[in-house]
Design a protein around this ligand. Structure first.
Ligand code: NAD
Length: 282
């Protein structure tokens, strides 16, 4: 029987759901797959050590790795190749070691969000979309929204420099009129005119409870896609549903990014619905 050894490199990744999701899906395929967490904090390592850790994992016989904060950018110079998407995004969350030992970086965060959005908010208008949060997850979902054909994506972040930098990156790839940054003070008029809101800040997570802005700004003409997935049902989604918004939680993105990585690691076709049902039990 072919066996697979894969892992996750990141900081504070003890509670990650990835080991359970990958190992259970492998069980369903009759594959022997072990998924280890390689926690930088526990190892006394930092973002600058990710490259060495990747090389060590390859020497130890790992088939592949997922990479999360703070290594998604710092890993890039240490890889032998990149998928087109990972190169465009400048971020890698999955590394596959080929039979020849070469390492190739991929990004399944953006493809995971794309799949989740097209399934969960089918037919939603994407003429004017506002995105709150321009950090790591924000860069992936913004790439997804523009790839999905959003006409205009306006980025708002409490750190205005982050919103401007991501907007500059996106306009260089997708065209000058497709993305822009706006100050937080403009959120009210922006949301009033928007078809949809992508939420990509940590607000709503267990240790960042509450709403990222006043609930009065929500209206029934707005769909809301949240990237937060712990918990799945955030205060933003609850308040949105209460005023009649179509909503999408972050669980689909989390599961589809894992499913795409599973396919890259094993070559087997995962069942995302089964993985989604499993995640709901974790
Ligand atoms: P990050 O720290 O890289 O970025 C967060 C950004 O949000 C920062 O730029 C910050 O300035 C901004 N921000 C914070 N509070 C704000 C507010 N109230 N208004 C406006 N901007 C604000 O974090 P990240 O890695 O992008 O993660 C963000 C969230 O996405 C987390 O909850 C994380 O768990 C989630 N996430 C989900 C998935 C998934 O698969 N569903 C994948 C990755 C990350």
């Amino acid at each position: 029987m072919t066996s697979y050894l894969v892992g996750l490199i990141g900081s504070g990744i003890g509670p990650s759901l990835s080991p359970a999701l990958h190992e259970r899906e492998a069980d369903h395929h009759g594959l022997r797959l072990v998924y280890r967490t390689l926690d930088l904090d526990q190892l006394g390592l930092g973002a600058g050590d990710v490259g060495e850790l990747v090389r060590t994992a390859r020497r130890l016989g790992y088939n592949g790795l997922n990479i999360t904060h703070p290594g998604k950018q710092t890993v890039i110079p240490h890889l032998d190749g990149l998928s087109e998407d990972a190169r465009a995004l400048g971020a890698v969350n999955t590394v596959v070691f080929g039979a020849d030992g070469r390492s190739c970086g991929h990004n399944t965060d953006w493809s995971g969000f794309t799949r989740s959005f097209t399934q969960g908010l089918e037919g939603a208008s994407t003429r004017r979309v506002v995105q709150l949060g321009a950090g790591g997850a924000g860069a992936a979902v913004a790439h997804a929204m523009l790839t999905l054909g959003a006409d205009r994506l306006t980025l708002v972040d409490s750190d205005p420099g982050r919103a401007s930098a991501l907007a500059a990156d996106l306009t260089a790839r997708f065209g000058a009129d497709r993305a822009c940054a706006a100050p937080r003070e403009e959120l009210a008029p922006l949301l009033a005119r928007a078809d949809g809101l992508v939420h990509a800040t940590p607000m709503g997570m267990a240790h960042h409870p509450g709403l990222p802005f006043s609930a009065e700004l929500l209206h029934p003409g707005l769909w809301i896609a949240d990237v937060v997935y712990r918990p799945l049902d955030t205060e933003l989604l609850r308040q949105g549903r209460a005023v009649g918004c179509r909503t999408l939680d972050g669980g689909g993105m989390a599961v589809h990014q894992a499913a795409h990585a599973f396919r890259l690691f094993t070559g087997c076709e995962p069942d995302p619905d089964r993985m989604l049902a499993h995640m709901a039990t974790l």
